[in-house]
Ligand binder design. Structure first.
Ligand SMILES: NC(=O)c1ccc[n+]([C@@H]2O[C@H](COP(=O)([O-])OP(=O)(O)OC[C@H]3O[C@@H](n4cnc5c(N)ncnc54)[C@H](O)[C@@H]3O)[C@@H](O)[C@H]2O)c1
Length: 323
C-alpha cells in the first residue's frame, strides 16, 4: 500500500478525509500535520499515524508518496507547490486558491509536477452526477435545458468557532468562490460546455458581514441556460438542490443526499444510490488518488480546479460590477 499524509485537521480534514483515509484499502495513512496543537491532539488516530506540525515535516519522510491537503484556500497554493516540487502526489481541497491571480503561483510548476495534482472537486465522482449526465446525453430530458442550482449551505450558527470560520472564508471571497467550484465543475461536465456569465447579482443581508453573502448569476452553457444561486449566514436558508428541465422531463438532484427524482411523461421515478453521499464521494475520490499514485491521470486535474475557480471568480466580478 502507498503511504500518504494528511495536512489540516479542521472540519473537512478531520471530518471526512481522515475517515476515508482510514477506510482505504489502497492507501496507508502514516502521518498527519496540523499547526493547531489542540486540533492535533484531539483527533483519534491509530498508533502508526505520526502527529506533525507542518507539511515540511511530512515531506521529510521519504516513504510518504502523497499528501491530502485539507487546508484553507489562502494557504493551499503554497503547500501544493511545495509538495509537488518535493516529488509528491497531491490531493488538494477546492477552491485551489482564493482567486485566479493567487492561482498564478501554480504556473511555477513543471508539466510533470502539475500532472501529480488532483483537485478535491469531491462530488464530481458521485454516481448521481454520472446518472444525470447519461440522462442528458441519452436525450431523456430533451434539450436545450434550463438548470436551476440553489446552493445554500451554511445557515447562521451559534457555534462561535464555526461562525468565525465561515465569516473568515466569506472575507476571502463570496460563497460562489467556495461552493461554485463544485457546482460549476458539475455543470461544465453535465452540459459539456464552458459557462459565460450573462448577468449576476449579490446581496449582503447584514452590513457587518465582510462581503455579500447571497450571490447568483444567469449563465449560458452552449445552448443551455443555468440560473445559479449561492448563499450563507442567514437564520433560514432555501433547500440545496439542482433542477434540470428540458422538453421531455425534469430531474431534481437533492443537494444533501444526491437522490434524484426524474419526472417524464411516463411518471415520476426516484433514483437513489447506496451509502451516504459524503462517505461515498470521499471514498471514490481517494480511489482516484490511489490510481494517480499508481501511474494514472489526475481526475479532476489542476486545470479543472483552475477553470472552476476562474468561472466562480467571473460571477463574483460581474456581481460586483452590477451592484
Ligand atoms: N470537498 C468538500 O466537500 C469540502 C467540504 C468542506 C470544505 N472544503 C474545503 O476544504 C478546505 C478546508 O475547509 P475546512 O472547513 O476544513 O477549514 P478548517 O479551517 O476547519 O480547517 C483547515 C485546517 O487547516 C489547518 N491549517 C491552516 N494552515 C495550515 C498550514 N500551513 N499547514 C497545515 N495545516 C494548516 C488549520 O489549522 C485547520 O485545522 C476549504 O478550502 C474548504 O472550501 C471542501
Amino acid at each position: 500500500m502507498d503511504e500518504v499524509g494528511l495536512v489540516g485537521l479542521g472540519a473537512i480534514g478531520a471530518g471526512a478525509h481522515l475517515q476515508a483515509l482510514l477506510r482505504s484499502k489502497r492507501l496507508r495513512l502514516v502521518a498527519v500535520a496540523e499547526p493547531d496543537p489542540v486540533r492535533r491532539a484531539a483527533v483519534a488516530l491509530p498508533d502508526r499515524v505520526a502527529r506533525r506540525q507542518t507539511l515540511e515535516e511530512l515531506l521529510g519522510e521519504d516513504s510518504i508518496r502523497g499528501v491530502v491537503l485539507a487546508t484553507p484556500p489562502w494557504v493551499t497554493p503554497g503547500l501544493v507547490v511545495a509538495a509537488a516540487r518535493a516529488g509528491r502526489f497531491v490531493l488538494a481541497e477546492k477552491p485551489i486558491a482564493t482567486d485566479p491571480t493567487a492561482a498564478g503561483s501554480y504556473d511555477r510548476l513543471s508539466a510533470d509536477e502539475m500532472g501529480r495534482i488532483q483537485v478535491g472537486l469531491t462530488y464530481r465522482h458521485d454516481p448521481a452526477i454520472r446518472r444525470l449526465r447519461e440522462m442528458i446525453t441519452d436525450g431523456e430530458l430533451g434539450g436545450p435545458l434550463l438548470v436551476r442550482a440553489h446552493i445554500y449551505d451554511e445557515v447562521r450558527t451559534d457555534d462561535a468557532g464555526h461562525a468565525d470560520l465561515i465569516e473568515r472564508t466569506l472575507a476571502a471571497g463570496p460563497p460562489v468562490i467556495h461552493e461554485g467550484a463544485h457546482v460549476l465543475d458539475w455543470l461544465a461536465y453535465l452540459l459539456d460546455a464552458e459557462p459565460t456569465v450573462r448577468d449576476a447579482w449579490s446581496l449582503r443581508t447584514r452590513q457587518d458581514l465582510p462581503a455579500d453573502n447571497l450571490i447568483g448569476a444567469r449563465l449560458g452553457f452552449g445552448e443551455h441556460l443555468a440560473l445559479v444561486e449561492f448563499g450563507w449566514l442567514t437564520d433560514g436558508l432555501p433547500r440545496v438542490e439542482l433542477t434540470l428541465t428540458g422538453d421531455r422531463g425534469t430531474a431534481v438532484l437533492d443537494g444533501q443526499t444526491f437522490a434524484i427524482s426524474l419526472t417524464t411523461r411516463a411518471g415520476s421515478e426516484p433514483i437513489t444510490f447506496a451509502g451516504d453521499r459524503s462517505s461515498r464521494c470521499f471514498d471514490l475520490q481517494l480511489e482516484r488518488f490511489a490510481d494517480l499514485i499508481c501511474g494514472g491521470r489526475a481526475e479532476p486535474d489542476l486545470a479543472a480546479g483552475r477553470a472552476a475557480l476562474r468561472w466562480s471568480a467571473a460571477i463574483a466580478t460581474a456581481a460586483k460590477e452590477r451592484s
